[in-house]
Design a binder for this molecule. Structure first.
Ligand SMILES: [Zn+2]
Length: 234
């Protein structure tokens, strides 16, 4: 990089310093959203098998999943919680694109099978999207679609209900709550495709199950998954 580039970057840094979203420490120009220490503390997931791991097993007997990837474990009060909080509640769209890219680089580096055709973020209800201003899963999916040079599909499926919070509900209640949650508006965009579903967090898998069930009603559809964070108990 040129001298002028360094000067310019230094100047921007001086007037718009960035801080670690987890510990609040001022970031170096080479750090993004998390400082080096918090990045090391981030409990990344170490799957070496994408066809048989704790996420694919979560769906055994529920639906067929080709491959599944997760980037990090959700650890309460840790850097992963800070990242998810920024992504969902702090209007930090940039962190979504950044972690979408990080997910894709990790998937590439670990040899995640690239035979999926389209990348489909779990849709938010239009009302919820309007309130938040964006769909956080779509930000992540953008980084993945760009890195793998695949089509980002955001128009084929709609969320039909404004879903209340899932916390404090039993497994059966949760399933009742997410049943028929999605409606496919453009089946032709889905038929015959291997679809990589992208979401920010996976806990019970019931939302993804509801979406995948709708997609699998169409001809010749295959499903894979990529999530930013998985609950530790999975
Ligand atoms: Zn930090």
């Amino acid at each position: 990089m040129s001298f002028f580039h360094d000067v310019l970057e230094g100047t921007i840094e001086m007037f718009f310093p960035e801080y670690c979203v987890s510990c609040g420490r001022r970031l170096l120009p080479s750090e993004h959203f998390l400082c080096l220490d918090c990045n090391i503390e981030l409990a990344t997931v170490t799957f070496d098998n994408f066809r048989d791991n704790s996420i694919t097993r979560l769906f055994w007997g529920r639906l067929p999943i080709q491959t599944a990837f997760a980037f990090m474990h959700f650890v309460p009060h840790g850097p992963s919680q800070a990242v998810l909080h920024e992504l969902k509640y702090k209007q930090n769209k940039e962190i979504g694109y950044h972690f979408g890219e990080q997910m894709a680089l990790s998937m590439k580096g670990k040899g995640f099978p690239t035979d999926f055709d389209i990348v489909l973020p779990v849709p938010l209800h239009p009302k919820k999207k309007a309130i938040r201003g964006y769909n956080q899963a779509e930000l992540l999916a953008t980084g993945i679609a760009e890195t793998f040079d695949k089509k980002l599909e955001t128009r084929a499926v709609q969320r039909t209900r404004f879903n209340p919070t899932q916390t404090h509900k039993s497994m059966t209640e949760r399933w009742e709550n997410v049943k028929n949650l999605f409606h496919i508006t453009h089946p032709r965009r889905i038929q015959g495709k291997h679809i990589l579903i992208v979401d920010d967090v996976i806990t019970t898998g019931s939302t993804i199950e509801s979406l995948a069930n709708e997609l699998l009603k169409l001809n010749d559809v295959k499903i894979s998954l990529a999530v930013l964070a998985m609950a530790q108990e999975i």
